[in-house]
Ligand binder design. Structure first.
Ligand code: ZN
Length: 153
C-alpha cells in the first residue's frame, strides 16, 4: 500500500467511524431510501432546498465502511451545490470508482479517496449507493433505490 493509499484509507475509516451529517433532516424537501442487497447497506438521504441549491443534506442508515464513508463525504461535497452541479460531481465520481475515466483528482477533492474502489467491482455499489439515493431524493422518486445499474461487468 502506497503512502497515498494509506492516507485515503485513513480518511475512509475516519468518515465511517464518525460520519458527518448522519442525522434526520426534518422537515425536508426530498427524501429517498437506498438499499444495496449485495452488501446489506441501507441509507436514507434527505435534502433541504433553497431554490435550486442544496441548503442541507443529511443521511441515516447503516452499512459497511465504504458505504458510510461515501455517504458522509458526499454530504460534505454537495452541500451548497445546485442539482446540476451535484449531477456533474456524481458523474465524475462514478467514472472514478468504476475506473472508466482518468479521475480529475483536483476536481473531486476529498472524493478522490475512493479511487481504490475501482479495483473491487463488488464495492462499487457500496460507494455509489448514497449518490443514487441522493439523485432520487432530488427527483422526488418514490420507492427504494437499488444499485443494479452498477452491476459488475
Ligand atoms: Zn457495502
Amino acid at each position: 500500500m502506497s503512502e497515498l493509499g494509506d492516507l485515503y484509507q485513513e480518511m475512509i475509516l475516519d468518515h465511517s467511524k464518525r460520519p458527518r451529517n448522519r442525522r434526520e433532516l426534518a422537515p425536508c424537501d426530498g427524501r429517498a431510501d437506498g438499499h444495496n442487497p449485495l452488501c446489506g447497506d441501507k441509507v436514507s438521504v434527505m435534502v433541504r432546498l433553497d431554490g435550486d441549491r442544496l441548503a442541507d443534506v443529511a443521511f441515516t442508515g447503516s452499512g459497511c465502511a465504504i458505504s458510510t464513508a461515501s455517504a458522509s463525504l458526499m454530504t460534505e461535497a454537495v452541500k451548497g451545490k445546485s442539482a446540476a452541479e451535484t449531477g456533474a460531481i456524481f458523474d465524475r465520481f462514478h467514472d472514478l470508482v468504476t475506473g472508466k475515466a482518468d479521475p480529475d483528482a483536483a476536481a473531486l477533492g476529498k472524493l478522490a479517496v475512493f479511487s481504490g474502489v475501482s479495483e473491487f467491482p463488488m464495492r462499487v455499489k457500496c460507494a455509489t449507493l448514497a449518490w443514487h439515493t441522493l439523485q432520487a431524493a432530488l427527483r422526488h422518486d418514490a420507492g427504494t433505490v437499488n444499485t443494479e445499474k452498477d452491476s459488475p461487468p
